[in-house]
Write a protein that binds this ligand. Structure first.
Ligand SMILES: [Zn+2]
Length: 462
């Protein structure tokens, strides 16, 4: 279909449903009170609904007030929140969010995994739903923006649609995923990836995941029903703070996320020979820590040797036996590589292995690499990327494409449906900290981009 056909399809559907939704207004005083000029106009003129939907905007002041109110649940002395999944603060924060979802006229339920789902009917219930949302749990001593902006932004979008009587063709679902920070638990349940064994792991709240799910109103015995089939969702959209400093530094309003990077993590053991630090001559040592130092330098050099935005980190190191008067005989360190392209990660890894072989020979030590965890990269959908980009530009905002270096629920949703992610600037690039901050105007911009991208996506059809 060309663009013109999309629009005509949308007009037909919107015209039919506007009438139906306006009739419900009569019996709902709240909706009537907020009914605008647009509502009255679209009642007589279905074309106006389609035109009007391009000028419709969220209520930025209200969204920022809601964010401030949510920040009270789990508030910490440093000015951020500690709202760990399954904690008392999490439960109370979720109650507050359920209230907001109801005011936004969403049909709210808690799925058996404990995710909050708010449904808004579309005009064509044969169409697959469009999902959008984020999470409200935080890390210990976290901030007030990571997850919260996307969650309350999604609810604000739903409330705006309700107030303006805009009925999409697709059914909509606002999803507030549970326990994102503790391993993307809610979204992985939707993927069907959450294992029985994992349910018994103890989360940072002190409860096992199984206990936590019960605590927030889910039912861990019915997790199978949460699983969505691949292809059963039209699309998933997520608004989020960047958690890095690129947008602020380049003075760009909106980041159009190209994908969530893959993360490969290895534990590397270097075996040398522990010996007396006083009596072993310098040319007879098998110093594992010295080899590790050369290795760390090599990782940095290899990752920097090619263009691109790949990153490589040695973030943890342990030297044994760990005494000032003993030559270290063994070192265990971590190696982590991230990129949007899994093949590039493998290529870098092979180069690093070659460097390790050379260091091993020169330093008379042995390297052993053990793969600990692999998160495959999750690219976003190119068509949704261009819808987001266009929506932002139509709002007069500047954009740039960028990868997400952090993990998000969207990476799990990418296994089920085409996904899109919208970033707004994080001041100072600070995140997972009480100092995390995004400007109210950027938050409002992000929610407007979410709203317009959703409407464009709905019109374009799936
Ligand atoms: Zn997050």
């Amino acid at each position: 279909m060309n663009r013109r056909q999309f629009n005509l399809g949308f007009l037909g559907a919107a015209g039919a449903t506007t009438f139906r939704s306006l009739r419900t207004i009569v019996t709902e005083p709240r909706a009537k009170a907020t009914g605008s000029y647009l509502d009255q106009r679209s009642f007589n003129d279905p074309v106006a609904t389609a035109r009007g939907s391009e000028t419709v905007r969220v209520n930025g002041a209200r969204l920022n007030e809601h964010l401030a109110a949510l920040a009270e649940f789990g508030k910490n002395p440093q000015g951020g929140v500690s709202r760990l999944a399954y904690s008392e603060a999490d439960a109370r924060g979720r109650e507050y969010v359920i209230g907001l979802m109801r005011v936004a006229k969403l049909d709210v339920s808690i799925d058996p995994a404990g995710n909050l789902i708010g449904v808004r009917a579309g005009s064509d219930d044969k169409l697959k739903p469009i999902l959008f949302g984020s999470h409200i749990d935080s890390v210990p001593e976290g901030g007030n923006y990571d997850g919260d902006v996307g969650s309350l932004g999604a609810i604000e979008v739903a409330q705006t649609l309700a107030e303006k009587n805009i009925v999409t063709q697709h059914p909509l679902e606002v999803v507030i995923f549970q326990n994102e920070e503790g391993g993307l638990i809610g979204s992985r349940a939707m993927d069907g990836e959450l294992t029985e064994r994992e349910l018994d792991l103890v989360s940072r709240s002190g409860k096992t995941i199984r206990e936590g799910i019960k605590f927030i109103g889910g039912d861990p015995t019915k997790l199978a029903t949460v699983k969505r089939a691949k292809g059963s969702i039209a699309a998933y959209l997520e608004l989020h703070v960047e958690q890095g400093g690129i947008l602020e530094k380049e003075r760009i309003d909106i980041g159009v996320v190209e994908g969530i990077v893959g993360i490969n993590w290895w534990d590397v053991t270097i075996e040398g020979f522990a010996n007396h630090a006083g009596t072993t001559p310098m040319n007879q040592r098998q110093d594992a820590l010295l080899a590790a130092a050369k290795f760390i330098e090599a990782v940095n050099r290899v990752v920097n040797s090619i263009p691109g935005r790949q990153v490589g980190t040695v973030g943890r190191i342990q030297a044994l036996p760990g005494a000032p008067n003993v030559i270290p005989g063994k070192v265990i360190l971590s190696l982590e590589l991230r990129d949007l392209d899994a093949a590039k990660i493998q290529m870098l890894y092979q180069k690093i292995r070659t460097e390790a072989d050379q260091i091993a020979q020169a330093s008379k030590v042995k390297f052993d690499f053990k793969e600990i965890n692999v998160n495959i990269p999750a690219p976003t959908d190119p068509r949704i990327r261009s819808l987001i980009d266009q929506s932002a530009k139509d709002l007069g905002l500047t954009t740039r494409q960028m990868p997400s270096g952090a993990g998000h629920d969207a990476q799990d949703m990418a296994r089920l449906a085409p996904v899109g992610m919208i970033f707004i600037p994080s001041i100072g690039g600070i995140s997972h900290s009480p100092k995390e901050f995004s400007k109210p105007s950027d938050i409002e911009n992000g929610a407007n981009v979410l709203l317009q991208s959703l409407l464009k996506l709905d019109r374009a059809g799936q």
